[in-house]
Design a protein around this ligand. Sequence first.
Ligand code: C2E
Length: 799
Amino acid sequence: MHQVLYCLTEEHDWRLVALGGAVCLLASAAAISLFHRARATKGVGRLAWLGLDAAVSGCGIWATHFIAMLAYGPGGAGAYNIPVTILSLVFAISVTFVGLSIAVSSSRAVWIALGGAIVGSGVAAMHYTGMAALEIPARVGWIGSTVAVSVLSGIVFAALALLMAARRDDLFHALTATVLLTVGIVAHHFTAMGAVVLTPDPTLAIGGLSIPPASLSFLTASAAVAIIAIALVAALLDRRAKGELGAQQMVLDTALENMSQGLCMFDADGKIMLFNERYAAMLRRTDIALAGRLLVDVLREEEAKGEWHGDADEFFARLVADAREGRTTTDVVNRFGRSIRVVNQPMQGGGWVATFEDITEWLEAQAKISHMARHDALTSLPNRVLFHEQLEQGLRRTRSGDQLAVLCLDLDHFKDINDSLGHPIGDALLKEVGRRLTAAVGESDTVARLGGDEFAVVQIGRSEETAARSLAGRLVEIISAPYEIDDHQIVIGVSIGISLSPQDGSDPSELLKNADLALYRAKADGRGTYRFFETGMDARAQARRLLEMDLRAALQRDEFEAYYQPIRDVASGRVVAFEALLRWNHPQRGLIAPIDFIPLAEETGLILQLGEFVLRSACTDAATWPDDVDLAVNLSPVQFKNPNLIASVTAALAVSGLDARRLELEITESVLLQNSEATLTTLHELRAMGVRISLDDFGTGYSSLSYLRSFPFDKIKIDRSFVSELATREDSMAIIRAVTGLGRSLGIVTTAEGVENDVQLELLRREGCTQAQGYLFSKPRPASDVAMMLNRPRLLASA
Ligand SMILES: Nc1nc2c(ncn2[C@@H]2O[C@@H]3COP(=O)(O)O[C@H]4[C@@H](O)[C@H](n5cnc6c(=O)[nH]c(N)nc65)O[C@@H]4COP(=O)(O)O[C@H]3[C@H]2O)c(=O)[nH]1
């Protein structure tokens, strides 16, 4: 140690030592930076960086040595043998190259340390060869132990330097490694110089092939500094470029790995260049090597394992050909129970990018949406859209000689069931109807629910009239069979309209329209039956449409008028009331009877306005009559569903000033059929106001008697049909006798309608009927004739 210190302080020029140290530091910095570059690169690039690193390190060590030698006082007297000097440079570069190569190619500390140690021994090899090149007039001797320390210090520090550099490529590790390497080189040099023992010998001459130390040192130092500087700049530029590339790579990797789609990139030969994890996971290729492999090899491997089916070579050849010819292809493939959409997009310069999207859920949702769009949610039967499509399909078949029938079905009075038993029961009934229909039709026939209580059937193939007739008959029977739903026994009828193709039409809309017209006819003919389309139906429907338009206009033009028909007390013959009966003064058609427009007004809802008009005008008229003459007004079931009924009765009474006890409202059984709870409440409210309630057309319904129990009616009006047959039919007489008897015992007034002659009147009187109404006394007349009707018991002139 003493020798080393002595050598350093006494035998060296400090300024040159500092210069050598600076060159060494610069060389070390470049060497470490290049070392990092070499580790970050692969293949030929790595080899180039290693070569440059070894050259820079070798030159750096070499230059450091000769600058330091210039600082060494005793060396100034000699010269350097040129071949040996060159050999020392070769040693420095080649041994360093070996050491760096080992350290770069491994990530294990032991190999990196070994590489570093070899670099350190390269420093020693250079130094001692360089010393051998020194020619001075003295004999050079060595202190063995100091030599050993010098070699060891170079090895240890160089190994530490590379270990530090290999840990991380950042400023801290780079600086620490640089300092360690510098220390290694410098420590080695000066320790080695401390080991030198010079014995002057003037006989030793300087050879011919030598160069003075000052020239060599400055020459090599400048060249080395230039090389080192260039290398350092190159390394720094490369680092920055790599850094940017690395950042881009990171962004790309993040994007790739966070894509919901799988992505795989192939070169022009079909070799996998890049893929993301989603791709590997989607195609279950996580366990097999993919990068750099030909797709066809991967497919063959999967084919062998039974995971891929098809001809791998043919498939692959097609993909490569598509990419080569610039064709973008889209396929939906089924892999492992999932539906995957694959898009192969050719790349510029060959190869293609394949994207893989799992569209299983999307396809399922699509199927669901498409099912929902074409099926009825309640019954799952085809809806109008699908029905149209199937009808169109069927019609295409009829062109090749087949026949087709369209059956439109409408449940009779379904609304009443819905209103009285509630929607859940109504829904359950519709479902059951759908099931019965489906079970009843043939395999090639289609049943659809067109909406509400409307169903339709297309009968294809054997649909000549008799087949359609037999199906319709069967359907009427099947649908009319009782239903048991939630402890309710339900009976419902069905009306069916039928159109046939080709005779009744050849496009879906026409056939449906004609079947609808036939359905309308079936309903008009009493429901619970079927009708075939006939040509005249269209005209009738047209007439109905015109009537509806007329009706609306008539309301605006005030063409309606209340007529009155007297009701007489049978015993005294006195007029006790007038029934208001609506008339339409049509400007072209003259006076129109209610039977010709009331049903349509009920269907279209216009009855609400009409009913209100009758109530108001009749109450106003009646207010002018004697106090003991009452007014009877008919109420339609439709009006009864209107929540404003009570309000409009109250308003009519209030505006006219008529006493509520003089007003009598006539309702038919059908009013009681609908939503009975609400109906009964309304009836009771009307009664509470003082208004009386009559049961009109008694005897024409199915269970007239049972309705008498549900509400305490003030009056029963015996239907005209019984009165007209009074003298001829025994059973009519019996019914009248029963009703009048019932009225007497319940304290209810009985009014016989349609009394046309004295015989009928006499019989009614005999049976104890309370009141009578009919043409015998007067036909319905305008309000202006009321006074006349009051004064004259019989007014046979027609109205
Ligand atoms: N053949 C014959 N017929 C007789 C005789 N006596 C009375 N009539 C007719 O019998 C019908 C009695 O009225 P309705 O049973 O309530 O039957 C009424 C009633 O249900 C309905 N209607 C009439 N006006 C209104 C109204 O303002 N509102 C409602 N909702 N319906 C009305 O139209 C039906 C028919 O009314 P109209 O044509 O006026 O027919 C009236 C009347 O002209 C007779 O001796 N012989």
